[in-house]
Ligand binder design. Structure first.
Ligand SMILES: [Zn+2]
Length: 144
């Protein structure tokens, strides 16, 4: 019988080999890039917005297994969500999917890079039209 830890480990390996929503979107509504130099993770997130919802999301780049798995999970969570719901996504929404809630501090950047990119990306989109957008920027910069 395999433990939860084994199952989560298998999910992470699987996502790193076959990431979800991997690729690029031409002329996306939102594009944002960031990297985690300590590990070498570097990702771009592309989103199309239609009727205040994320109609499509893809990511491109390279990263360790944890980064690729968390970015895959994040894109699955975000796809189809309204901007309002997407901006409310918290770190444990992503970490919990892969059993990573108690990840060591050195790896947390790998796990949360994509959430940071998402929040900064949404901020860059909302900054001009939403008076509350600054809260999003604040959240993104305090993730890790
Ligand atoms: Zn990493």
């Amino acid at each position: 019988m395999s433990s939860n830890a084994d199952i989560y480990h298998e999910m992470i390996v699987d996502y790193s080999r076959h990431p979800s929503n991997f690729g690029k979107i031409e002329n996306p509504t939102i594009q944002y890039h960031d990297s985690n130099p300590l590990c070498g993770d570097s990702i771009d997130i592309f989103m199309n917005v239609e009727n205040d919802s994320v109609s499509d999301i893809k990511f491109h780049g390279r990263g360790c297994a944890i980064c690729m798995a968390c970015t895959s999970v994040l894109t699955e969570i975000v796809k189809g969500k309204s901007i309002e719901d997407a901006r409310k996504i918290q770190k444990n929404d992503v970490l919990g999917e892969l059993g990573l809630e108690n990840l060591q501090a050195v790896r947390i950047k790998c796990a949360l890079l994509s959430l940071k990119v998402l929040k900064y990306g949404l901020y860059s989109y909302l900054a001009s039209k939403d008076a509350n957008a600054d809260a999003l920027k604040q959240e993104a910069s305090s993730l890790y």
